[in-house]
Design a protein around this ligand. Structure first.
Ligand SMILES: [Fe+2]
Length: 293
């Protein structure tokens, strides 16, 4: 795939770190206009209490309003298993189209079964406004973005590239964090290795923005690095690590990881583009499939 890289365009990137889920949400502004996109928003949940709030999303909305920006896109790099998306809430306030990778259909099929969703749960991606294929382009004002298909962590993962900025989703973490797990249904360490090579094939000076950071070994939270830094320093794939080495390490590591705290509510909400499911009476309701995941 020949991706339409344009390093001459340098978007303004504003990062919002969510302490509860270690997620970084980005507002990406076209340097030539007042148009922007949001990548990977967060809806706050107190799962023990079954309570949903919007503090994180409200901060994004306030920033966009204060800066007088027009929101063109609300992009999900993938169906997250560790936080809930606030995409519909933001769309209701600011407009914009919600986009995700076309392989969301696989994720909907898999988890539609796990959560025993009825036929009213459409498995055709129709909850989203756009389903991206590998190499699909879209506009944020006058700035062109494109989606790179990067499966491995999940079968629907995409990295989004806008000018010289790439949003890694859950392919890479910061160099000292390595890479994302591959043990969810449809995940594959082999595929993730190949996807990471696609990201590392972007120009060396590409700014890379992470979706998560956990501050390994007590360092302060960080989210920005470059392709050049990742190639050399990434502890899982840098310095010429082979596919075999990566797959062995990743598989052994994943076998020791516990499930993300919010996987049960996250999947149910995020496979619906961020909408909370409702029961037959219209009440917002989440399920817990026993021994289902
Ligand atoms: Fe993820």
């Amino acid at each position: 795939m020949n991706y339409p890289v344009n390093m001459a365009v340098k978007p303004d990137v504003s990062a919002h770190f969510d302490e509860a889920t270690n997620t970084i949400t980005y507002i990406v502004k076209d340097p030539a206009s007042n148009h922007c996109a949001i990548i990977d928003s967060v809806m706050d949940i107190d799962y023990a209490a079954g309570r949903i709030t919007y503090d994180h999303a409200d901060k994004l909305i306030a920033e966009i309003q204060e800066r007088g920006l027009t929101l063109d896109w609300i992009i999900e790099t993938h169906v997250h298993a560790d936080h809930l998306s606030a995409a519909p809430y933001i769309q209701q306030k600011l407009g914009g189209k919600i986009g995700v990778g076309e392989k969301i259909l696989i994720v909907q099929e898999t988890f539609g079964k796990v959560f025993n969703e009825g036929t009213e749960f459409q498995r055709d991606g129709s909850q989203f406004d756009a389903l991206f294929k590998d190499g699909d382009t879209y506009m944020v004002g006058e700035m062109q973005g494109f989606a790179m298909y990067t499966p491995g962590h999940t079968p629907a993962c995409m990295v989004h590239v806008l000018g010289d900025a790439a949003f890694a989703g859950d392919t890479l973490f910061m160099p000292d964090g390595g890479s994302a797990r591959c043990d969810f249904p449809g995940g594959s360490a082999e595929e993730l290795y190949d996807s990471i090579q696609k990201v590392l094939a972007l120009p060396d000076e590409t700014r890379l923005f992470m979706c998560h950071d956990y501050g390994p070994n007590g360092r302060a939270i960080q989210w920005e690095t470059t392709v050049a830094e990742q190639k050399v320093d990434n502890i899982h794939v840098g310095g010429g690590k082979t596919r075999e080495e990566f797959v062995k390490f990743r598989t052994e590591r994943d076998a020791q990881l516990s499930m993300p705290k919010l996987i049960i509510p996250s999947l149910q909400v995020n496979m619906r583009a961020g909408e909370v499911p409702t029961d037959k009476d219209g009440n917002q309701m989440l399920k817990v499939p026993v021994n289902g995941i």
